[in-house]
Design a protein around this ligand. Structure first.
Ligand SMILES: Cc1cc2nc3c(=O)[nH]c(=O)nc-3n(C[C@H](O)[C@H](O)[C@H](O)COP(=O)(O)OP(=O)(O)OC[C@H]3O[C@@H](n4cnc5c(N)ncnc54)[C@H](O)[C@@H]3O)c2cc1C
Length: 444
């Protein structure tokens, strides 16, 4: 069961934090509107008073994307599934619904999201705002499933856009990093519910990189995890199947997902943080402990897992064709580091899309994600990986740590000005600004 403690605690004016605990901020007010008109009143009031507003989802961004010194809007009372069209596989939901609640609601009517990331704690609006993605070369990020959207602009105007009404606004606003308005409702193009056949293996990293394109192109969902210093990597190939689910037993799920991936791993991380010299040995133990698995389960249960061990993360998307060279360059860089790294590097793929600020805009993408245990110093490692990936025209995930600013970022996005034009129209007063958008999008 996915239980979101963070959202429930955002009801007071006290200092707020994100999931990873690396962002802290104190809003002047925390408001929990229950309807779109109430959102509109809050936003118009703030704009008239020259103050800022920021909607937060589940607080799972590592960046300061959801922070504000003004009014924080928490949409945890706006979580309804408003309508379902079973024939067209479409649903309209309020923006504050979490992915886990959405997945359950979809399953009840025989539908599913075509793809998901590896957790389901996020809200739908938070996930699309940063172009949250899963893995699968034929599948876009979550924002590409949005075919209609209601949002509130800085004047308090409530605007609906879809593929017929204001399609350009829809195209742009799907990935808005919270800077275009408060999203209150989204219409999603889903798919009929499906099962996935899971094959988890351990393979030699060099072989994986040599055969990377073949692996990525011959599986619906392909990804691998490599522990720095190891010869082999943990590989996941998930493919659609008509076969009935053969899920793990409750005991097996608890053993694999809670004990091995979280409790034991968390203990190992704490030991590693206290005794950095022991990390290479610990990393070997972690790699050798990874076992091969095969099962069939409902798609959303395969995609998302519980995450109890807290960490910091940076993830870069680069043109798919560059992955093997880029990954080897990162491996070479890491071999020069004298820092203990206990988290594996994750590699995924995704389809191109046409959303101006989507990380995969205009190009099939491969992803390289690096992580460090909460409370450990990540900067030298992350900055070095960022430097290494720059020549590959890599774009940072908007919700994960990075060190770039808008001067650098605008060169990576051919449709940067299309986004800024919409921003100028919807938020001329800068109501939805915060320090993060000032850095990555610039001030209007
Ligand atoms: C453990 C973990 C695993 C993760 N796994 C993945 C993964 O597999 N793939 C991936 O791509 N990312 C992943 N992420 C990153 C995460 O999906 C994104 O950072 C996502 O944006 C978080 O969603 P959220 O609901 O917590 O939004 P928040 O972090 O709360 O907010 C993100 C942005 O959305 C804006 N926003 C939220 N609600 C609204 C609204 N109603 N209207 C307008 N703007 C809004 C906020 O202002 C902010 O700018 C992971 C993060 C963690 C902590």
């Amino acid at each position: 069961m996915v239980f979101n403690v963070e959202m429930r605690s955002r009801t007071s004016k006290r200092v707020q934090t994100n999931w990873a605990g690396n962002q802290r901020w104190k809003p002047t007010a925390v408001v929990r509107p229950a309807t779109t008109p109430s959102v509109a009143v809050q936003v118009a009031k703030a704009t008239d008073a020259g103050q800022r507003v920021k909607a937060i989802g589940a607080g799972h961004s590592f960046t300061a994307a959801a922070t504000t010194t003004g009014t924080l809007l928490v949409l945890d009372r706006m979580t309804a599934v408003e309508s379902v069209d079973r024939e067209k596989y479409q649903v309209t939901v309020q923006a504050g619904i979490t992915l886990s609640a959405l997945n359950e609601a979809l399953a009840e009517v025989g539908l599913a999201m075509p793809n998901l990331g590896d957790i389901a704690y996020q809200t739908i609006s938070g996930a699309i705002a940063t172009a949250t993605h899963g893995t699968g070369l034929g599948l876009g990020n979550l924002a590409t499933t949005v075919i209609g959207m209601e949002l509130v602009s800085s004047t308090g105007e409530m605007i609906w856009c879809d593929t017929e009404n204001n399609p350009e606004l829809l195209r742009v606003a799907r990935v808005g990093i919270g800077s275009l308005g408060v999203v209150t409702k989204v219409k999603l193009q889903c798919v009929p519910a499906f099962n996935l056949e899971v094959a988890e293996t351990v393979e030699v990293l060099d072989d994986l990189l040599d055969g990377f394109f073949e692996h990525a192109e011959s599986n619906d969902h392909f990804e691998f995890f490599w522990m720095p210093g190891a010869r082999r990597a943990h590989v996941k190939r998930n493919n659609r199947t008509e076969l009935p689910a053969q899920p793990p037993s409750k005991f097996e799920y608890f053993r694999d997902k809670y004990v091995a991936e979280n409790l034991a791993f968390g203990t190992v991380c704490r030991v590693g943080r206290r005794y950095p010299a022991a990390v290479p040995k610990i990393a070997k133990i972690i790699t050798s402990g990874v076992s091969e698995r095969a099962l069939i389960d409902r798609s959303d249960r395969v995609f998302a897992s519980p995450r109890l061990v807290k960490f910091y993360e940076m993830e870069y998307g680069l043109p798919y064709e560059h992955l093997p060279d880029a990954f080897r360059a990162v491996r070479d860089f890491i071999s020069t580091l004298d820092i203990p790294i206990l988290f594996p590097i994750e590699c995924r793929v995704s389809a191109a899309d046409d959303i101006p600020l989507s990380t995969a805009q205009g190009r099939r993408s491969a992803w390289i994600a690096v992580h460090m245990y909460q409370g450990t110093d990540y900067e030298e490692y992350f900055r070095g990986v960022e430097r290494t990936l720059k020549p590959f025209l890599a774009r940072p995930h908007w919700g994960k740590l990075h060190f770039q600013n808008h001067h650098q970022l605008e060169k990576l996005y051919p449709e940067w000005s299309a986004f800024q034009d919409v921003r100028q129209k919807l938020d001329p007063t800068g109501t939805f600004r915060n320090d993060y958008t000032d850095r990555v999008l610039g001030r209007l």
